[in-house]
Design a protein around this ligand. Structure first.
Ligand code: COA
Length: 712
């Protein structure tokens, strides 16, 4: 034994080859403060030991190293520049010393080598992996960039173009791709990996390990013309893809460009300086915050699943787009699903919906023909309630009408087993209302999927007045087993997501009534605020009939602030059957292009209708549009936290991001409020207080602002 630390050990074998094996006490190896210190001590021990012939760098866990410890990041980002520089400098000196050891080095990669893990293997001369190896530099997804030499070594090893592609997308790469690109020198069977590493070290005379080092520590070999072409192309692509709200990818390209003519140590200083700049951005704090929030939400789901009954057989009532989507998602994840409707045509539609989705996956090579057949055979269409016996869970997804739902739920309860849990996929109707039709409301809750089911990550699990903990745990566990992120919320009209979405739509109605332009609002909310689509387009996707109905439910549920006076834009379009994408005409006109994708153009009919009804056109400042749209949503989100509809700011922010596509670089409503400051927000809201109760700030929020409190 050369060295034994808390997170790794170094041993020396009889053949003179040493092995540095990462084996942290937790579930994964990560480069936290403790791991870096032990690595430093291990390198010192290796430097001091004579007669070592080579070094294997390995991991005792299934994943090699998952990166720097993200849970330490927000504290790190708050450090002054000098302390951040000394952290980065120290980590880099460790990897430089590893790279400069006086004998050849090989990393053996199983599973993930991400971020700092990837930077660690880049510091060795050679890299071998097995088929499970997944290598990447995901830092830009967290709003930062590699800081332990990734922007220096990767371009020198793989070329600037490939390195920029890896770093700006943040994707990880499978073993065969890594071999093709040259980051892995070989891919071998897991059982042979170690021997292959030893053999490589014993044969290094043939492999020019010093040449490898020179390549990684010298300037990039690019002619002036090549460099100009390469960096200009990368900048163009990054600007188009990442856009102005995500500064990290372009900073990474600029860093590689600025350091292209430098050798290792000077290039590392450029990386360090630019890394520090990125830690000061609000995007970095928001994106790291999302990782932490996601961890919290997942750990809650894991805890619930521990004590839950597993769902192996599920039935879905109603074979519409949602029912078909839910049944298909369940079957894809290995839960067999019965799909019940009242006539064969409806069942056929549900099966067609599932078939459409699976065929798309087949075309994209995500599944093969066998898997497609397996999934389809796991969905059993039926007209009979008798098939519901033996089910662990029945999800009701019939039309959004309280009377019909109540009838279907009552009939269902007669047919299911004693222990079967029933869940409703209603998007707005209070669960405790629907539960009145049941004799066992404790075995009933909401399970609100979002459309399209296979793409939208969120499932709201709604606890009714009488819902039992066992019921909630089972439905949470089932949603997680279906590959979704479940978030438990308490009951009210619209639950959490729709309750906060509709005030935003009401802000939109009001802006249109005051003469704002449809496309202008969408442009500002997309480009300036960062929503994936503006409110008009979103309403066209949702459908004006659905939105009109849900707006009514919300107005009845919260008449004090959500009752709209006169006909709103949504009412007007609904009455004129301008339903949106579903019939080709809404706020926009929708037509398929040659590739079958829907494209929008202005709809003069909608514009004329609004002009005729509201009789004015007005232009608004971008900040005004943002405030008038966002304040109603933010106020409602705050109310939901105050009323315990949602348990924490972290869960609220994740529900907004996973359910509505709230701009990730803002981190969610609560992270956004913390970022801009509550006083700034209050000024924005108070300026528009005359617009009505949706714009009124709660007393508690005002109190928090007075005391400079934050949500995180
Ligand atoms: N820092 C801190 N913790 C990390 C981590 C990191 N970089 N990467 C993973 N973890 C933790 C997870 O939070 C989880 O913790 P838990 O057991 O307490 O819940 C555990 O490691 C396992 O991760 P999980 O996400 O549940 O496993 P997975 O197999 O689904 O995914 C990864 C594994 C590595 C793909 C995924 O965790 C990931 O993408 N991590 C971030 C990697 C990254 O960005 N690294 C660069 C940092 S600069």
């Amino acid at each position: 034994m050369i060295y034994q630390g808390e997170t790794l050990s170094v041993t020396l074998m009889d053949n003179g080859i040493a092995e540095l094996c990462f084996n942290a006490p937790g579930s994964v190896n990560k480069l936290d403060g403790a791991a870096l210190l032990t690595l430093e001590a291990a390198i010192t021990a290796l430097e001091k030991t004579e007669s070592i012939k080579g070094l294997l760098v390995t991991s005792a866990k299934d994943a090699f190293i998952v990166g720097a410890d993200i849970t330490e990041f927000l504290d790190k980002f708050a450090l002054p520049d000098s302390e951040l520089a000394s952290w980065l400098g120290r980590a880099n000196s460790i990897f430089n010393r590893m790279e400069d050891l006086p004998f050849p080095t090989v990393s053996l990669v199983r599973g993930y080598a991400l971020g700092g893990g990837c930077e660690c293997i880049l510091a060795t001369d050679f890299r071998l992996g097995d088929a499970s190896a997944r290598i990447g530099l995901p830092e830009t997804k967290l709003g930062i960039m590699p800081g332990f030499g990734g922007t220096v070594r990767l371009p020198r090893l793989l070329g600037a173009d490939t390195a920029m592609e890896w770093i700006t997308t943040g994707r990880d790469h499978k073993a065969d791709e890594c071999l093709k690109l040259g980051i892995l020198d070989g891919v071998v069977d897991t059982t042979k990996l170690r021997d292959a590493g030893i053999k490589l070290l014993q044969d290094t005379g043939l492999h020019h390990w010093q040449g490898r080092r020179r390549q990684k520590t010298s300037p990039l070999t690019l002619s002036k013309t090549e460099a100009a072409m390469s960096f200009a192309t990368a900048k163009g692509m990054v600007a188009a893809k990442a856009g102005p709200h995500y500064p990290a990818p372009i900073m990474a390209v600029n860093t590689i460009e600025a350091a292209a003519g430098m050798s290792r140590d000077a290039a590392l200083l450029v990386e360090q300086e630019n890394f520090i700049t990125l830690t000061r951005t609000t995007a970095a704090r928001a994106l790291v915050g999302l990782f932490l929030n996601d961890k919290l939400v997942k750990s809650k789901a894991k805890k619930a699943a521990k004590s839950a009954t597993a769902t192996e057989r599920m039935a879905v009532l109603g074979a519409g787009i949602m029912g078909g989507g839910i049944a298909c998602q369940a079957a894809v994840k290995g839960i067999s699903a019965v799909m019940k409707d009242i006539n064969n045509e409806a069942l056929q539609l549900g099966m067609d919906e599932a078939g459409k989705r699976l065929n798309q996956q087949l075309e994209r090579n995500k599944i093969d023909g066998k898997q497609l057949a397996r999934v389809l055979s796991d969905i059993r269409p039926t007209l009979s309630y008798d098939e519901l016996s033996g089910m662990d869970l029945v999800v009701e997804a019939v039309v959004e009408n309280p009377g019909i739902k109540a009838k279907v739920l009552a009939e269902t309860e007669q047919k299911v087993d004693e222990n079967t849990v029933i869940a409703s996929n209603t998007s707005t109707i209070p669960i405790s209302e629907l539960a009145k039709s049941l004799t066992h409301p404790e075995r009933f809750c909401g399970m609100h999927f979002f459309n399209p089911v296979h793409l939208m990550p969120l499932v709201e699990v709604i606890r009714g007045e009488h819902t039992s903990d066992d019921t909630i745990n089972q439905v949470v566990a089932c949603a997680a087993a279906m590959g979704k992120t479940p978030i438990v919320v308490n009951d009210c009209p619209g639950f959490f997501v729709n309750r906060v979405l509709f005030p935003y739509f009401f802000g939109f109605n009001r802006l249109l009534a005051d003469g704002a332009d449809i496309a202008e609002i969408d442009k500002i909310m997309e480009r300036r605020f960062g929503w994936p689509m503006g409110p008009a387009q979103l309403l066209d996707v949702v459908g004006m009939d659905t939105a009109h109905h849900a707006a009514d439910v919300m107005a009845q549920g919260f008449p004090d602030r959500m009752q709209q006076s006169g006909s709103t834009a949504i009412d007007l379009l609904f009455k004129q059957k301008l339903l949106g994408q579903k019939n080709g005409h809404g706020f926009y006109c929708w037509q398929q292009d040659k590739k079958g994708r829907l494209q929008k153009t202005d709809n003069p009919q909608a514009q004329a209708l609004l002009q005729q009804s509201f009789g004015q056109t007005n232009s608004f400042e971008a900040d005004d549009i943002i405030a008038r749209m966002m304040v109603p949503m933010v106020n409602e989100v705050v109310r939901c936290l105050e009323e315990n509809i949602i348990a924490s700011p972290a869960e609220a922010d994740m529900a907004l991001i996973y359910g509505l596509g709230f701009p990730p670089f803002r981190g969610g409503v609560f992270r956004w409020l913390d970022t801009i400051g509550l006083n700034e927000y209050l000024a924005m809201a108070d300026h528009h207080a005359g617009l009505g109760p949706l714009y009124q700030i709660s007393d508690r929020l005002r109190h928090m602002a007075q005391h400079n409190q934050t949500f995180y």
